[in-house]
Every structure is written in C-alpha cells, then in structure tokens.
Design a protein around this ligand. Sequence first.
Ligand code: AMP
Length: 127
Amino acid sequence: MPSIFTKIINGEIPCYKIYEDDKTFAFLDINPETKGHTLVIPKNEVDKIYELPDEDYEALMSTVKKLSKHLEKKLGARTLWKVIGTDVPHAHVHLLPYDETWEHGRNLKLTPEEFEEIRQTLEYKPE
Ligand code: AMP
C-alpha cells in the first residue's frame, strides 16, 4: 500500500506544496514546529533515507540544500535539518527555519489561511 506521502505526491491527499521536480517533492509539515517547517521527500518510496539508490539520495539532498537557501532568503532564518522517520515510513528530511522559541516536538497551531499564506511566500519559483 502506498505511503501517505506517495498519496500526497499523486494528489490523492491535499498538501501545501512548495516544490516539485522529477525526483523530489516538498510541502509544509501539517504539525509545524516553526513557521515554514517543510518536508522534503523522494518520489521513490523507501522507508529510510539510506535505502535510497545514490541517484535518488543525491537528488533529495540537492533539493534539501536548494530549499534551505530559499527558506533562509524568504524568512531571514537559518534552516535546521532534522531526520526522524518514526511516524511515516517514507524517507523525508524536515527543514526548520530557526526560531529561538523553537522546541523539538512542540507544534504551532495554524489555520488553513495561515498555511496558505506561508505556502505562497515559500513556493519555489526558479529564477
Ligand atoms: P517523522 O516520521 O517522525 O519524521 O514525522 C513525520 C512528519 O510528517 C510529522 O512531522 C507530521 O506532522 C508530518 N505529516 C504527517 N502527515 C502529514 C500530512 N498529511 N501533511 C503534512 N505533514 C504530515
């Protein structure tokens, strides 16, 4: 059965998408720890990042790097990376724009309108 993230990639479950290319996809975490908390995922569904073929791993980390710079530019905040993976068995990297009030595991409560506003700010458009 496809993972919840594969269903998001396929458009079967909605998300606040900010980026997509042929191998990777990125969207806002629905339980954000900081404003702009983003998940970057490979389209190739594997549980653990280190199970990815090199080509997909390199594509994933290239998107992580690109979007980290993008988030920093848009929000003026250093981007932290986090890899947990105990809840969703589809490899993903958390990008957390740093906020000094940030606490691991503490979630912000945002309305759909606030999510959409952040999505519009962070949507990646190649220059
Ligand atoms: P973990 O596997 O521990 O890295 O956590 C999985 C992350 O996926 C959590 O931060 C969840 O809030 C996030 N998440 C789960 N389902 C969704 C969804 N449908 N849309 C956005 N984020 C999600």
